[in-house]
Design a protein around this ligand. Structure first.
Ligand code: SF4
Length: 206
């Protein structure tokens, strides 16, 4: 199952499909997360699956809702132990994480999909913090920490029409500086601020 924990985000990406930051954010309760985990765990046991999987994803940044992410993960682990199932897990994140959050993810989660748009100049044009500064330094720090820990992660790179010309350089930068298991390149979704910005993907920040 995939839990979309919140619509809140610490970034304001120009092309954000969810327009994160535009509206009052919503947060999932721990009770709702537990109900979902109960459902998939029971389903896995009934079907004699050896595992069930919990993923944390966007529509916002899941790590912003940290207490429910960690508490629901603990609950999923308890449930898996009770039913003698393996728990598989993943987090999709923008990589703007604190040191303790990185430590926790490395110690607990099976793998991460981390969004990074390549060259720091390109990344900083598109993926800004809520206060308007670039986020590449924070993301690079997280990537280095993952590499030091030999933690498995893939990079998700969103490319705008404006940055197609530097895409090869961005891939070269990511693959020479870091050790992702994959680099997944996707065009801007024409949703949210991506739609407002048109095919160029340079949406307005409200
Ligand atoms: S695309 Fe950017 S602003 Fe939107 S949810 Fe993801 S990290 Fe946040």
């Amino acid at each position: 199952m995939t839990l979309f924990l919140t619509t809140a985000c610490n970034l304001r990406c120009t092309y954000c499909y969810a327009s994160a930051g535009n509206a009052t954010p919503k947060f999932m309760t721990l009770e709702t997360a537990r109900r979902g985990i109960d459902f998939v765990a029971a389903n896995a046991a009934q079907r004699r699956s050896p595992y069930f999987e919990v993923g944390y994803h966007g529509g916002g940044e899941p790590t912003v809702h940290w207490p429910v992410l960690t508490a629901s993960f603990d609950y999923a682990r308890e449930k898996a132990a009770e039913l003698q199932l393996e728990l598989r897990s993943s987090v999709a994140t923008n990589g703007v994480l604190s040191g303790p959050q990185i430590d926790w993810i490395v110690a607990h989660v099976g793998g991460v999909s981390l969004s990074c748009d390549g060259l720091p100049t390109v990344h900083d044009e598109c993926r800004r913090t809520a206060s308007g500064s670039g986020s590449s330094a924070r993301v690079i720090h997280t990537l280095r920490r993952f590499d030091e820990a030999k933690f498995p992660y893939g990079i998700r790179l969103t490319v705008t029409a404006e940055h197609i010309g530097t895409l090869a350089d961005s891939v070269e930068f990511l693959s020479s500086e870091f050790h992702p298991s994959s680099i997944q390149i996707e065009p801007v979704y024409l949703l949210g601020r991506g739609r407002e910005g048109g095919l160029g993907g340079v949406g307005r920040i409200h």
